[in-house]
Design a protein around this ligand. Sequence first.
Ligand code: SER
Length: 590
Amino acid sequence: MTERELVDLYIKFFQSKGHKNITGASIIPENDSTILFTPAGMQPLVPYLLGEKHPQGDRLVDVQKCIRTGDIEEVGDATHLTFFRMLGNWSLGGYFKKEAIQWSWEFLTGKQWLGFNPEKISVTVFAGEGDIPADEEAAKIWLEVGVPEERIYSFGMKDNWWGPTGATGPCGPDTEMFFDTGKEPCGDLCKPGCSCGKYFEVWNDVFMEYRKTETGTYEPLAQKNVDTGMGVERTVAMLGGCSTVYEIGVFVPLSKRIRELAGTTETTKSEKVISDHIRSATHILGDDQGVTPSNVDQGYVLRRLIRLTIRHGMKLNIPKGFLGELSSIVIEAEGQEYPELIRNKALILDELEREEKLFGETLIAGMKQFNKMLPNLLKNPNKVIAGRLAFKLYDTFGFPVELTADLAAENGMTIDIDGYNKAFEKHRELSKKGADKKFKGGLADNSEMVTKLHTVTHLLHAALRKVLGDSVQQKGSNITAERLRFDFLFGEKMTDEQKKQVEELVNKAINDKVSVEVQEMSPDQAERLGALGFFKDKYGDVVKVYTIGEYSIEICGGPHVENTSELGRFRIASEKSSSRGVRRIKAVID
Ligand code: SER
């Protein structure tokens, strides 16, 4: 089965159970500052899991592109990928455990669906932890559908709890489904969830009935939801009897070309890392909300992915300048499904080339620095380079520690790698503290301030178009409890006069105390009404349209305030370039 066939089958199955097929969202979260990338299908649906009404109803199905870099070190094993697609069916306060589990079972084992041998399937359920009781209901339903007791395992929060993706947000117990590959168990403790390769996780049904609060407690949600996730690449690999995810889809031509470039017929971990990272980098650059390499946030993750690709290319002795060619293979293979890759191809290739050049310069600068340090280093009788020095090379010059290790070895030395890791960890903790601070709040926890700033964002968007013209288009939006950030297409720096006019227009809408109205309609009707909305290929057959008096009309999922009188005084805090042709405004309400 191909990836496309699996996606189609899944969607068809859930449509037959009354689900509406919605289009997946961007991999760069919109309006949500709690995370850098969309890590799961549930992320774009957070407002609806928290009670906002979805225009397509309470039963949804989709396939969502995701990025997870938390496990980046694992990439290259059988199952880990930093970019992958996740199938999901959703109940927003509608059906709950019984239907979710019955349908999962039917889809997995039904002859006209995936047709897995039921005897090969094991499941896990939540065992209870802290104040939250065991999920006896899920276990009972599994027994009823026919899974024998010995194949129903119970685990605590570490294994059978999902979410929230940020510090706060919707979460709950889950039940996971595993396929037994028939391999010998790795020991007495081998059970579903073990990483030895015997059990392959296929699907996760999350019963989102809690919300984690700012104080770390779990409070019941007003609405009980179902969030399920099935990894497309993993499942297709498993259905095809492959031993790793690198044997399917785009990975086939990618691996082939990488081996040719490296002049080898052997498959290596580097080859897999390159395949995975170039695919992720292509999708991050190619997303319509896409970002470019930088030293902060998403741009930093992207930079790291690209530089790791180059490093592994060096390991395989691949001549430089290979990123564009491999990226083109990804665009070719996945562009039909993700047309944004084709639309943004020139930008993707351009940025990859630029980053490769920059990294080359970094390496030269790092090498120079190393050579400067060398005479002193050689004086050390132990021939060990201190961890903090290796870290300094990395932190100040972006010089990767593996390269320092290579250079050290060439000069008969080693690195104190423990010391390096310690310095690295310390730095990470400090920046994590900074990041936690930065990411507090956000649309994901629906805080009042975020909702206000979301409404202000609509007013700002409309005001910018009035002052700067209709070529202004939203490129990205990110809101924290402290400020809004709005990226838009516009080629020049705004003048002080233009900024003043925009502020005045937004403040006029606020002073006029206008009510914010929401209506549901077809995307065509919304367009006829002049509603702003630039992701046309992404809408379903019903959309929500928010109107703020004469000031703004825009397609949007919400939430928003009811009246502009709830907002404070609007002020632009900064206006600068964010990438070529894109300006970034940060603004606050006082
Ligand atoms: N949110 C869950 C996961 O990512 C199910 O979709 O596994």
